[in-house]
Design a protein around this ligand. Sequence first.
Ligand SMILES: Cc1ncc(COP(=O)(O)O)c(C=O)c1O
Length: 394
Amino acid sequence: MHSEDIKLLMKQSSKDGLISFAAGMPNNDLFPVKEIDEILSNLSDDIKKLCFQYGPTSGYPPLVKSLQKMMERKGLKLSTDKVLVTTGSLQAISIITQEFVNEGDVILAECPCFVGALSVFETYRAKIIGIPIDDQGIDIQALKEAIANLTQKPKFLYITPNFHNPAGIIYTEERRRALLEVLSGTDIILIEDDAYGDLYFDDKTAPLTRPIKAYKGYDVDIIYTGSFSKILGPGFRLGYMLSSQEIFEKAETIKQALDACTSNFMQILANEFIERGYLEPYLLFLRKEYSERYELLHSSLKKHLPKGVSWNVPKGGFYAWLKLPESINATSLFKDCLSQGVVFVTGRTFDPESRKDNHLRLSFSNMPKDSIEKGVFLLANVIKEHLKIKSLII
Ligand SMILES: Cc1ncc(COP(=O)(O)O)c(C=O)c1O
């Protein structure tokens, strides 16, 4: 089960003294502590009291309004669609799965795929079919073949088109349209997970992040999910989903039974953060910070990695995805790296069928800048050792 991988991952990434490329989370030093302090000390008594109270299941109304404005700026039209605030976007994925999936139902997912979503799908005992992706997005031919060969209609296709976790890629416009064409009229819902879309490194990339849900002229039901975890902090446990009224209503009922509402306290803080105009400057800061981190990682990889190891060049997000020569197994590499004090996540973790294991995910978001080169140096040495052993065996 992928949930076991996640538990191990959380344990390994928090060990003292390790250089960890494992954790897909922000660095603690980047959080907007000053701004949150200021918000807390300037809240009116009435709003402070609301913080302690239950709120509407669909979300704190002023935050829902702020989210609507944010999504409209991304090109999403909200005339008939509804927003549901969730306790992290993982809860949105879980609610959607509960709404549509019964034991044995088929879900299509990218291969590789965000492991948290895989773990949700497994919890609901779905049959997950992995569709390969390349550096442009999902493999359209493979998707067509999978749909044609299935005897059961898949309940939905789950994708992360912007700064994919773990592959770091962004879907091209052509691939987004080709995907919509394949899904049009099939009745297969598309779940578009946009947890990283605001974290592009360069303004030129911003237009490429336009949500697929904003594309017009296709007959596809799309549920769009977003998160505050990567742009404010995962401790907020704040996410949201945008869907048709019909999907929203059932989702709201499911959420009501799960946790009644997402913490009013956190919703109020996040909304104040947006309303006081702190989000945009903070995003500018994060974009600069993460692009600098990636630059450091990139130059270290170029300097230290042996021939035969390649990686994507992400345009945003948290991840670089390394491809090892077929002869090297990322799981055994991991064990040796751990003893050398550096960790990452093995490719197998993100494979719906836990098979492919010649990739590794390096997250550059969490570690201090001055540890990046040392971490890559240690990793590269272990890879070189493994390559040497393989050449001796051959
Ligand atoms: C692609 C993707 N979606 C969703 C999430 C979950 O985010 P949240 O903290 O909002 O539940 C993550 C977290 O790593 C992610 O990488």
